[in-house]
Design a protein around this ligand. Structure first.
Ligand SMILES: *Cc1c(COP(=O)(O)O)cnc(C)c1O
Length: 436
């Protein structure tokens, strides 16, 4: 039942009718609880979900816009920022909670732009980012008038330092590295990037949206993790998503700065409004209390011990799936993934067709390009499914190898990946987004 051009109904429905419409509508959605997705949902189990929801609903209506009205939310936010800072190498780092990684990145770029304008007089700002960096930087460039200079990756799929060095100019306000980058799960050479920033007197952001709440525990578990946080001199800001491997409810990320002086450039204050003195720390006006309270509650509930347990489960599961993929001769893992996010490609079969076959078997796997590859982000929801995932993948590769034709989605992805006219691809995506 889907009504096109729905209008507000003249009279309401019963609560039960509304809820059953919701349940019916979502029955066709991705089955993340059964481990069928490899992105979008980070599930830590029912007990953590109970904590998220209990805290979220307690603060369902509260608004963190005005900390005078809700001092408890201000305290939770300060606590979450401090706990995150202490995980990321500098207990004295300061910051804010935001609605997600994108907003954290928007704030980092706005702060860098305004800092460079004031301290260095930069009027036509640029930022230098690796090709693998998250598109949130594209969005930030777009919103804040900062030109985005992309540099290529080296053979290990990390930022090419020679290219980065050459790309930095007097207009550069920010250099960026990811820990890890989303497409391949590899960590950029943060020490080199931060050293370059120091040498040139510019700011350096580490996008640890994915790794911020997992890498510190991976390291404690004895895995090799290169230095990526504030322990590296020259790193001036970091983003870490509590709503990813921090296991918090959606709508929770942390943006951190090395100094208070830097953070002030993030804030917007307007003192002449008839509505009163207005100060806003980040992008939104109204700030939902639920995600802040839920992030605080989950961190307190899990503690270091809980985070270590979930990190171990995630990393062990990821290792097992990676080993399974490496045992399929037609597939090759790209680069050296450092945690539980990775991509694989093939020189022998069309991986987009493999994804289609997997989809018929109920698995939703994200498609990537340059090169054509499939992407997985592993969570504890996959722990009991390793053999099923690898077995189905092996069977899907065989099906494609035996001549299953690429049609539907595979044909479309194949064509879009190879189209030389990227404006035409942009139009295609815009048209798709225009359909609803
Ligand atoms: C998810 C992600 C982001 C963006 O975060 P959102 O919460 O989706 O806005 C930025 N960088 C990396 C590396 C990410 O994985």
């Amino acid at each position: 039942m889907y009504i096109v051009n729905m209008r507000l109904p003249p009279v309401g429905s019963t609560q039960n009718a509304v809820f059953s419409s919701l349940d019916e509508a979502r029955s066709g959605d991705a089955q993340w609880k059964r481990g069928r997705t490899f992105s979008l949902v980070y599930a830590a189990g029912d007990d953590v979900a109970d904590v998220q929801q209990g805290a979220f609903f307690r603060y369902f209506s509260e608004n963190a816009l005005n900390p005078m009205a809700f001092p408890s939310l201000r305290r939770f936010e300060t606590d979450v920022v401090a706990m995150t800072a202490s995980l990321l190498g500098d207990e004295s780092a300061v910051g804010s909670m935001t609605s997600g990684g994108t907003e954290s990145i928007l704030m980092a770029v706005k702060t860098a732009r305004d800092w460079a304008r004031k301290e260095r007089g930069v009027r036509d700002p640029e930022m230098v980012v690796p090709e693998s960096v998250h598109p949130a930087f594209e969005k930030a460039g777009h919103y804040f008038g900062v030109r985005v200079v992309h540099v290529k990756l080296d053979a290990t799929l990390r930022a090419d330092m020679n290219a980065m060095r050459e790309a930095v100019s007097d207009r550069t306000i920010l250099v960026v590295g990811s820990a890890p980058a989303y497409p391949h799960g590899v960590i950029d050479p943060i020490e080199d990037i931060a050293a370059l920033a120091r040498e040139r007197g510019i700011l350096c952001h580490v996008d640890a949206c994915l790794g911020g709440f997992l890498l510190p525990f991976a390291k404690k578990l004895g895995r090799p993790v290169p230095s990526f946080d504030f322990s590296v001199p020259g790193v001036t800001s970091m983003s870490a998503d509590a709503h990813k491997y921090g296991w918090a409810a959606k709508g929770a990320s942390v943006i951190l700065y090395r100094t208070r002086e830097l953070r002030r450039h993030q804030y917007v204050v307007y003192t002449d409004w008839p509505g009163g003195l207005y100060g806003s720390p980040s992008a939104p006006g109204t700030r939902p209390g639920g995600p802040i309270a839920a992030a605080w509650a989950v961190m307190r509930y899990l503690g270091e011990e809980g985070y270590l347990r979930l990190a171990k489960k995630t990393l062990d599961t990821s290792d097992a799936i990676l080993a399974g993929i490496r045992s399929i001769p037609e597939l090759r893992v790209l680069g050296e993934p450092m945690m539980s996010v990775f991509a694989f490609a093939s020189d022998e079969v069309d991986v987009y067709a493999v994804a289609d076959v997997m989809q018929q078997r109920g698995w939703y796997i994200d498609r990537q390009q340059r090169p054509a590859s499939l992407h997985m982000m592993i969570t504890p929801a996959h722990a009991d499914l390793v053999e099923e995932i690898v077995g189905d993948l092996r069977a899907a590769v065989a099906t494609v190898k035996n001549g299953a034709t690429s049609e539907g989605a595979a044909a479309m992805y194949g064509m879009l990946g190879k189209m030389p006219d990227r404006h035409a691809v942009e139009d295609f995506v815009l048209d798709m987004m225009d359909q609803w």
